[in-house]
Design a protein around this ligand. Sequence first.
Ligand SMILES: *Cc1c(COP(=O)(O)O)cnc(C)c1O
Length: 402
Amino acid sequence: MSTADFYRHLQAELDATREAGLYKTERIIATPQGAVIRTTDGREVINLCANNYLGLSSHPRVIEAAQAALRTHGYGLSSVRFICGTQDLHKQLEARLSRFLGTEDTILYAAAFDANGGLFEPLLGEQDAVISDALNHASIIDGIRLCKARRYRYEHNNLEDLERCLEQARADGARFMVVFTDGAFSMDGTIAQLDRIREITDRYGALLGIDECHATGFLGRNGRGTHEFRGLLQGGRCGVDIITGTLGKALGGASGGFTSGRREVIELLRQRSRPYLFSNTLAPVIAGASIAVLDLLEASTELRDKLEANTRHFRMAIAKAGFEIKPGDHPIVPIMVYDAAKAQQLSARLLELGIYAIGFFYPVVPKGQARIRVQLSAVHEREHLDAAVAAFVKAGRELGLV
Ligand SMILES: *Cc1c(COP(=O)(O)O)cnc(C)c1O
């Protein structure tokens, strides 16, 4: 086989992806992130699909802090953390995240994908067991693949099946057992039953870790995350063993991730976690801006309160309009269409009507479970939400959905 054959092979793969209707295109945006965005063809649309939960991606205080950090700490560090890539800003941000989450220490990464990718291998060996929710994020799956521990997978959100896995791991002679789950799941908006999972892990002497990418900053009364939402954060102590999270969603939306937890865990990750040791440090601009984000969130719950009110308003209005949604409390609102072609038609029609909301279908969700996923934000005003519901109703009627 020649190199020309190789490129033909790749082209055939691309063609097959397109034919299967799975080809992803990128829509190009010409504005900062916000409630209303403009695409490069000049159209203004209400954005219902960003992870900009608190509206901090373009918040003036965050931009100001980023500019200040740029002036005082430079653009880049040109180093990994342990050589010459650690500034006071990085240490401050780690301490602030620990306080916010109720943990002992925090380690920063370039992305949450790296936090999960570099988490399991340094901590667990072949005598150990990882027990993972079937719908956990791809980065958790990859991170677990990189470690030698035995793997067990429980049905999504099914606690009986979780116990079956723990029994099995114990019977297999596991030394340490770690249960790991998304705090909030991105496709369904399900919030993990963390209080009950903690009760089970305690009974089995297992550790509990959560990925808080769709939770940190807004779930729980003070926005600390799923542990607060489920009543585990008590007396400032987080109640779980490990928390991973992102700076790229609610907490400003640039990029960056972290792992937070017990001092021993974080210390060992600093020694052995490969994405930390072999990849560049988080840009000072992001570290500085993230500290300003935590200042905002610790000073007031206004933003997460508004997000909560928006979520309640939209969920009620869209259900009243006759759409079927996955019930719950999360600002991720899956509007069920079931049929993949219909979901695509609905998304396309919504765009014509000025509403940017994406359809999800197989293989991102199971076959026959196609949906439009709406994500609410504190930047949305009531008029945005009401305009969105009106567009859903119009498009839904045309397609015979309501
Ligand atoms: C978005 C997301 C990630 C990846 O976060 P990045 O910081 O963008 O790498 C990891 N886990 C979950 C659950 C996510 O939703």
